[in-house]
Design a protein around this ligand. Structure first.
Ligand code: MN
Length: 497
């Protein structure tokens, strides 16, 4: 696609969202950026301008207002071209210039060890506290960079992808931006854990092939019942599956796909909250719900503001299907999170208090930010605020500043095995943040972990199986135990003869 074609698509998307949008300003921004970047090329060999257009297109697809889309087109101008922020302000006004300045300030952060990592988080949160729109533009920018990552050297691919998984996606999640989080994670997953990515993709595709047509049948039955009950069914569709989130669920369930109950999920959109509860009753009238799997995130929204009713039911032929029931407003909020707040004026009026109060922590952060220089205190403050940027993964560091990501509640033994099997097999004790701790201690994000080994140690203690969290550590410990028994039997049998 030529830049002009890409721009034409962008213009079309903006027009559909808002027929009264100032298309002249959009076109001027395109011409301004195209001229500024005119001789630059991307690593892929394409003209540079395709990147800012793609960034702006992601923002337009989220139905965001024009200044955000225009800032998307201009986001790399001050840093990479002779054109200045002052020129942008003159041409496009103070609001656009402020957004571009914010994105430029976030800059191109290089990931190196714990200092850079913390610096990165801090910058993101600072930008967020000043103007959350800046972070949303940065997400769109990063998404396109991830999608074109094939063009850059492998070492850099890994760094950019890892940083996206560790920092960008968790923040998108915390801002309630479900779709952005899923897309960032899946684009990064491929590069951070290529083998696991392929494994998950095959598993999901196989299970989809096996159930071909099944979900359509279930949706047909549900549609029939809901319409029969005179509910105004606005939409019913199968939920998009994200591979990385499926992978994380697989890790929690012994890598057994049959134990993931929301692998098949159906979304039901009805006009009002009352309709949602009615729809839940109708679905339970046809299929039996699983015990303990009815979740009312309307009465009790998730910390990131997510609202819906969830239920998991036994469907035809004993298959298990999850239903997610919500209003259109809740649906927009679930996909776009904080961005839905600016995108849909109507929702803004009706639900702005609900949306903004679930993001109070953004402003709270601004205050603490300024005072904290110390990285440990910084991470603790995030914890105090219950800002779970790391959801169910934790990020811990080696004394040299290399980062490892582990499941929540991992221990120094999991850490040791994820460095190297030999280090796991010979570990005797551990230091966390310079203090000696028990091997079953649970680690927290930001911990610096040092493993002390003894090369004379005769292998892992089978008792470790009681507390290790990773599949990898478990299998290595079991493997060692089995090898030990085999060797023992081998040693005993000749004596018995
Ligand atoms: Mn960029």
């Amino acid at each position: 696609m030529t830049p002009d074609d890409a721009y034409a698509n962008l213009e079309e998307a903006v027009r559909i969202n808002d027929p009264s949008a100032d298309i002249g300003a959009l076109r001027r921004a395109y011409e301004f950026a195209a001229e500024a970047h005119h001789e630059q090329k991307r690593a892929s060999g394409e003209p540079y301008i395709v990147h800012p257009i793609a960034t702006a297109a992601t923002l337009a697809d989220m139905s965001l207002p024009l200044p955000i889309v225009i800032a998307g087109i201009l986001h790399d101008v001050p840093e990479d071209t002779p054109r200045t922020l002052a020129e942008i302000e003159t041409a496009f006004g103070a609001d656009v210039a402020k957004l571009v300045a914010g994105v430029t300030k976030l800059g191109k952060i290089k990931y190196r060890g714990i200092e850079r990592y913390i610096e990165n988080l801090r910058k993101m949160f600072l930008a967020m506290a000043e103007d959350v729109r800046v972070v949303v533009i940065k997400f769109a920018d990063r998404l396109h960079n991830l999608e074109t990552l094939y063009a850059i050297p492998p070492k850099k691919q890994y760094r950019v992808a890892l940083e996206s998984l560790e920092i960008y996606a968790p923040i998108a999640n915390r801002l309630g931006m479900g779709e952005m989080k899923g897309r960032l994670e899946d684009a990064a997953f491929k590069y951070v854990l290529p083998k696991e990515y392929e494994w998950t993709r095959n598993l999901v595709e196989t299970s989809e092939r096996q159930r071909h047509g099944y979900l359509e049948k279930i949706m047909g039955l549900a549609r029939h019942d809901l319409l029969d009950a005179k509910l105004d069914l606005l939409d019913i569709h199968g939920r998009a599956k994200y591979l990385y989130s499926t992978y994380r669920k697989l890790l929690k369930h012994d890598r057994n796909i049959a134990r993931i109950y929301d692998l098949m999920a159906v979304r039901v959109i009805v006009p009002t909250v009352a309709d949602c509860y009615a729809a839940l009753g109708i679905i339970h009238g046809r299929w039996t719900p699983l015990k303990g799997r009815i979740k009312d995130y309307m009465a009790q929204p998730k910390p990131n503001g997510y609202r819906s009713l969830h239920t998991t039911v036994f469907c035809e032929d004993g298959e298990i299907v999850e239903f997610q029931i919500r209003t259109p407003e809740m649906h927009q909020a679930a996909e776009y999170g904080i961005a839905a707040h600016w995108a849909y004026a109507e929702i803004g009026k009706k639900e702005s208090s609900a949306i903004s109060s679930s993001f109070d922590w953004v402003t709270q952060l601004a205050d603490i930010q300024q005072e904290l220089k110390d990285k440990k205190a910084y991470l603790h403050s995030l914890e105090d605020l219950k800002i779970d940027v790391f959801h169910d993964r934790i990020f811990v560091f080696t004394p040299r500043g290399d980062v490892l990501d582990l499941p929540e509640d991992s221990t120094p033994v999991d850490f040791a095995y994820s460095i190297h099997t030999e280090i796991g097999n010979t570990c005797t004790s551990a230091k966390v943040n310079d203090e000696v701790v028990a091997l079953e201690t649970t680690l927290k994000s930001g911990d610096i972990v040092e493993i002390i080994t003894d090369k004379h140690r005769k292998g892992p203690n089978p008792d470790w199986l009681k507390f290790v969290k990773t599949h990898h550590a478990k299998s290595k410990i079991r493997q060692y135990a089995r090898a030990g028994i085999a060797a023992w039997i081998k040693g005993v049998i000749p004596k018995l003869k």
